[in-house]
Write a protein that binds this ligand. Structure first.
Ligand code: ADP
Ligand code: MG
Length: 257
């Protein structure tokens, strides 16, 4: 997609769990080449929104369009194959395997989840050409995020900040145009957050659309182009980081006014 064009658009999205309204009439859009941050207190409905956008959950009402296509009811795998990748809040990798293999296998499993059993049975059932292609793509994405020097290190030996970046490389193998990141900076040291932010800025400059949920306000304010604030399942504010920081409703939501 062209830089600045809308890749993802949610309109009037509502999600009820029984009597609980986790998302109410939520709207947001993400453009190619921008970072949109979704923030709000615990229980505000951010993770539910992620699950609705990525097809893990179906909304009770409302529309979600990805690259112009209505994706409600399409399912997470189909939406992923259209170019939406996500990482999870907790690092998921095979610690004794190399960084390169983690990315290659992760990318492969992303396409064909049924092979997990085969993997632990010792057989990935890839032919030589497939394997070479996967490894080359994994190496390319690891170089892209600055992990080119660590291809043959054990993934578990990397510091947490680099493990997070490894997961981003794995998500990049599907060649997405939109990346959803769930609390990428959680638990990282100050310099690791800076390294992560620099990586995400590079990807943004290459035209990737990034939507992130994040609690670390300094991280959000230093990285996001726009911020959407949720409280009790609803959007209470949207704007530039500097506007959001001064918004009285946002301050109240955070300070428990
Ligand atoms: P956040 O990520 O902003 O902390 P969540 O989206 O996880 O918020 O949760 C929003 C609300 O929806 C919470 O009250 C939570 O308990 C509820 N909720 C989330 N998932 C489910 C579910 N699968 N079933 C029932 N309630 C849920
Ligand atoms: Mg959450």
């Amino acid at each position: 997609p062209e830089r600045g064009s809308i890749v993802l658009e949610a309109e009037g999205v509502t999600k009820q769990f029984g009597g609980l309204v986790a998302n109410k009439d939520m709207s947001l859009s993400v453009r190619a080449g921008e970072v949109l941050a979704l923030i709000g207190p615990n229980g505000a409905g951010k993770s539910t929104m992620f699950n609705l956008l990525s097809g893990v959950l179906e909304p009770t009402a409302g529309r979600v369009r990805f690259l112009g296509e209505d994706v409600v009811g399409k399912g997470a795998r189909r939406i992923a194959s259209l170019g939406l990748s996500r990482t999870f809040q907790h690092v998921r990798l095979l610690p004794t395997m190399s960084v390169l293999d983690n990315v290659a296998i992760g990318a492969h499993l992303r396409e064909r989840r049924g092979l997990l059993g085969g993997l632990f049975g010792g057989a990935l059932r890839l032919d030589r050409a497939q394997e070479r292609r996967l490894l080359a793509e994994a190496a390319r994405q690891l170089e892209r995020v600055g992990l080119g020097e660590h291809l043959h290190d054990a993934a578990g030996s990397l510091p947490l900040g680099k493990q997070r970046i490894l997961e981003i490389a794995r998500a990049l193998c599907a060649d997405p145009c939109l990346m959803l990141l769930d609390e990428p900076a959680a638990g990282l040291r100050y310099f690791e957050k800076q390294e992560l932010a620099a990586t995400l800025k590079k990807l943004r400059a290459e035209g990737l659309a990034i939507l992130l949920v994040e609690h670390d306000m300094d991280f959000v304010m230093g990285l996001a182009d726009r911020v959407v604030v949720m409280e009790f399942g609803e959007r209470i504010a949207e704007g530039l980081p500097e506007q959001i920081q001064r918004d009285p409703r946002v301050l109240e939501a955070y300070l428990g006014g």
